[in-house]
Design a protein around this ligand. Sequence first.
Ligand code: NI
Length: 255
Amino acid sequence: MIDTHAHIDFENYDNKFDLLLKEIKLAGVDKVIIPGVIPKGFNKIISLIEKYDNLYGAIGVHPSELKDVETDWEVKVENLLNHQKVIAVGEIGLDYYWDKDEEIHNLQKQVLIKQIELAKMNNLPILIHDREAHQDCFEILSEHVNGKIPVVMHCFSGSPEFAERCLKQGWYLAFGGVLTFKNAKKMKEVVKITPIDKILLETDSPYLTPVPHRGEENSPAYVKFVAEEIARIKEISFEEVNKSTTDNAFKIFKF
Ligand code: NI
């Protein structure tokens, strides 16, 4: 299994990192992608991926972090994109849940477009954070990506109808712990209609811990609970989910 989105660079894991890596391995998780959030955090991601073979990085600025982002963020992102173990631009996108202000929305859009351009220049896939901004996200992605690079909709939270539109564009949908929640009915419907060759696994650790560990701190070791839920919903075997999602990740990312 591959956890395509886990913030294990966060300080939550600092004094138990070796234990965390051991648990990840024991759980059958071969690779973990650590997405960037703010430029201040990039160095730590780089040092982790240089130290550990099974860890890879994405570099990008998160839409909710723009209010006090460094003015030279673009240079900081660009400089790291040719690192051998930086395999995506992310997480980038739009978040209208935390920011309701129109001016901030416009800034988010500009920054997203710039980062899509950087990804295209470096021929890297993008990890998209889309929270309550489906329509704007869709418009920007379909216009600016234009089929040139793979798109991963991280923590996909749209309706089945929105999923259909994304799938028609050839984008991948990534699912995490929320899928295991009883009340995640809409998301389970989305999984049902999404072909297995378009699905990726993730945890978004330390957040959104799957059942049966809901409420505890999340870990990439728990990604199997997401895979099990997908198997249940699609009435296929766990092995098939494991194999297909791993194959998908290898198609998108140059590990
Ligand atoms: Ni995230």
